[in-house]
Ligand binder design. Structure first.
Ligand SMILES: C[S@@+](CC[C@H](N)C(=O)[O-])C[C@H]1O[C@@H](n2cnc3c(N)ncnc32)[C@H](O)[C@@H]1O
Length: 218
């Protein structure tokens, strides 16, 4: 193997670089998206449609953190809520590739984003490890059988707690659950849940960009 790990594979690195460049470019476009009053109270699908061209990715450091966490824990099944254009998914799948075992199941509402992410996964040569479920995570993830051995929650923040509750019976002791953007108010109910040990988690905030909450199932 001419490279040290899958994130250094030029096919993977080029796609990730291109997607991050697109995300940076689109920050200006995102600022121009006119969101109607009460936007945060519209349906998940309406929000996904309005933001269908906006990446909203994890940070580069956040991606490397996810890679390391998945390498260290060697999960059989990684479950992700919120694919977008696939930046986080590529980091998760790169770690699965280097583990030599496991798979990534990710879910997304936007058809256009799913099509673009699928092309990126193929271009990176990681598509054989990734299953994208199209639809609302509250429906799609209900149908996933077996344990969830590593979880990334990065869809709409008000849904992170319901999605966690949906998966909770499938989390074994020691399973890591990561949520991005701890600074957002809409993530507060989720944070209150995982930060209370009575709910079965030991939780810590990791200071990468907007902050990732890393919670270990007890
Ligand atoms: C913050 S972005 C995800 C960014 C991605 N994890 C990355 O690092 O590139 C959130 C995504 O979640 C999707 N989403 C929001 N609510 C959803 C739901 N209920 N089911 C499936 N996808 C959802 C949105 O369409 C959006 O693309």
């Amino acid at each position: 193997m001419p490279f040290t790990h899958a994130l250094a594979d030029p096919r993977v690195a080029d796609v990730i670089d291109r997607l991050f460049a697109g995300a940076q470019h689109d920050e200006a476009a995102a600022a121009r998206v006119e969101l109607p009053e009460g936007f945060e109270r519209t349906t998940s699908q309406q929000r996904a449609d309005a933001l269908a061209e906006v990446y909203m990715p994890i940070s580069a450091d956040g991606g490397r953190l996810l890679y390391n966490l998945v390498r260290a824990t060697r999960p059989a099944t990684v479950v992700e809520f919120g694919t977008s254009f696939g930046i986080s998914t590529l980091h998760l799948a790169a770690a699965v590739r280097d583990n030599g075992t496991g798979r990534v199941i990710t879910t997304e509402l936007s058809k256009d984003k799913i099509a673009a992410a699928g092309r990126a996964f193929a271009e990176a040569g990681l598509d054989d490890l990734i299953t994208v479920l199209e639809g609302d995570a509250l429906d799609t993830l209900a149908g996933v059988e077996g344990t969830a051995d590593f979880v990334l929650l990065d869809g709409w923040k008000d849904l992170c707690l319901p999605v966690l509750r949906l998966l909770e019976s499938r989390l074994g002791p020691g399973t890591l659950v990561v949520a991005d953007d701890v600074d957002l108010d809409s993530l507060k109910p989720y944070l209150d849940h995982v930060r209370d040990p009575a709910n079965g988690y030991q939780s810590v905030t990791f200071p990468v960009e907007d902050g990732m909450e890393i919670s270990c199932r007890l």
